[in-house]
Design a protein. Structure first.
Length: 494
């Protein structure tokens, strides 16, 4: 039953938040307990997956493929652990950063609902329940985005929800057609039945429908514009949560389906993915370089980093997938930490406009260090995690002969360094504005501790890159070993 705990614990958190609806302080500390328990359970599941391979649970004892299946391989267990870490860090940051009105309005119930949807997507073994968990995420994230009712939030949430509803409609339509074509929605069973379908054109069309649906949710080119229009509008604690998890679930779904189910269309899909990856990187980093609002700048960088993940999938090799897995863990930690630092800057200087910031390095050098570590990791400089993540992708690109996308990825790294240098110069290095409240503001440990934890984690990923790269390669090898996944889920059923 360990496989069910990453779902049961957020569900318990939702129920406790409802029971403590009129006690905001109790909700804050309950969230700390439940997210810490969720992280511990996910790490235990990761250890069990390392020892015993793919873990499965047939809900209600209905045999696969007839019932609801939970299936977690090493990749899924890694993502559940990352989700647990982000959830705990956001819960700590929210103790000080989330205002009482939004807590009273249901923030913690929605926070746990979002974690439930994310963990469900990482755990499910059938495509219809993947759709269900996506909808749980969408409903929770939409209300979180609009919670507070500010004009900018409502404008951003409308753009967010319209495009994501379109993605959900496309996802559901493709799932209905897939069931009509194969008679099953279990991922392992689909992996067996889909190659036997003679109408290959229809299979390719379904693959494209899923690619578009997941591409919208992952914010790839040209389906990305909803993200920078919405992510900068809610409180920074919500943006940090979104940046760490939501788009990564879209990429996770792409990796899961295109390594397990839609393998017969690999040549066409992989070429398309590499083109999309290069364009996503370029558009994202150019958008970031043009921004002066720190949250919008970091939001565009979410897009550019998604391009690297899609590149790893498009390379369609163990090295490429391993690079994507390592990169995903790195970027989740780095982006969440950077948004936390943005929240700290807002707390001490009252805004996100880089032109109105300054003097932080002189007044608070430790805040500058909290920014520098994830920023340099994002740019891909050694010895930080981003260097090894990009090195793995570049190596896999050279081995696959994909020199064009490799050149794009290296150029985007330089532009990422430029935009991080721009933030450094404007917010940290230049003198503080004359009316800045910087010398007077105190920063609570509730704010800097989670940023420090994630920054230290990113640094540790670089310093301990050897075993973590080996872990990523093992997870990638499991993804490519379709037979092991199918056997674990279906057993003797054929």
């Amino acid at each position: 039953m360990l496989i069910a705990t990453p779902l049961l614990i957020p569900l318990l958190g939702m129920l406790l938040s409802l029971a403590l609806w009129r006690r905001p302080t109790a909700q804050r500390y309950t969230a700390l307990f439940t997210t810490a328990a969720g992280l511990a359970a996910s790490l235990a599941l990761l250890g069990q997956t390392l020892r015993g391979g793919v873990q499965t649970l047939q809900v209600g004892n209905w045999p696969a493929p007839f019932g609801i299946t939970l299936a977690v391989d090493l990749f899924g267990a890694i993502m559940l652990s990352v989700s647990g870490l982000v959830g705990l860090c956001v819960a700590v940051f929210a103790v000080q950063a989330m205002d009482r009105a939004r807590v009273s309005g249901g923030f913690y119930m929605l926070f746990h609902a979002l974690l439930l949807g994310v963990n469900g997507a990482f755990s499910t073994g059938d495509i219809f329940n993947l759709y269900v968990w996506f909808e749980v995420m969408l409903m929770a994230s939409f209300v979180l985005l609009a919670l507070g009712g500010e004009r900018a939030q409502l404008e951003g949430s409308i753009k967010y929800v319209i495009l994501n509803f379109m993605a959900s409609a496309l996802f559901l339509t493709a799932t209905g057609l897939l069931y009509g074509l194969t008679g099953t929605l279990n991922l392992a069973d689909l992996a067996l039945r889909l190659p036997q379908v003679e109408a290959r054109g229809l299979v390719t069309a379904l693959a494209m429908m899923y690619l578009i649906a997941f591409g919208i949710k992952a914010a790839v080119f040209p389906l990305f514009f909803w993200l920078p229009a919405s992510y900068h509008t809610p409180p920074v604690v919500v943006t940090a949560l979104f940046s760490g998890l939501l788009t990564k679930v879209g990429v996770y779904a792409m990796i899961r389906l295109f390594t397990l189910v839609f393998t017969g269309e690999a040549a066409f899909i992989n070429t398309l993915l590499l083109v999309v990856a290069g364009l996503t990187m370029v558009v994202g980093v150019l958008g970031a370089a043009a921004q002066w609002d720190l949250r919008r700048l970091l939001s565009f960088h979410i897009i550019s980093q998604i391009g690297y993940l899609v590149m790893g999938l498009g390379l369609a090799s163990q090295g490429g997938l391993a690079g994507a897995i390592y990169f995903m863990v790195h970027v989740v930690m780095a982006k969440t930490a950077l948004f936390f630092v943005a929240g700290i800057l807002d707390r001490i200087q009252g805004g996100f406009d880089l032109k109105q910031l300054g003097g932080v390095f002189k007044a608070r050098p430790w805040i500058a260090a909290l920014f520098a570590v994830p920023a340099l990791a994002l740019a891909g400089l050694p010895p930080f995690s981003g260097f090894f993540a990009k090195l793995m992708l570049v190596k896999a690109g050279f081995e696959g002969g994909q020199f064009g996308v490799v050149a794009v990825s290296l150029a985007v790294s330089l532009l990422t360094l430029y935009s991080m240098s721009k933030v450094w110069q404007e917010a940290f290095w230049k003198p503080a504005p004359a009316d800045s409240p910087l010398p007077l503001q105190r920063v609570s440990a509730w704010l800097w501790a989670p940023a420090l934890l994630l920054a230290a984690g990113g640094l540790a990923m670089g310093l301990l890159a050897g075993p973590l790269v080996d872990l990523s390669n093992l997870a990638a090898a499991q993804l490519l070993d379709r037979a092991a996944y199918i056997t674990a889920v279906l057993g003797g059923v054929r």
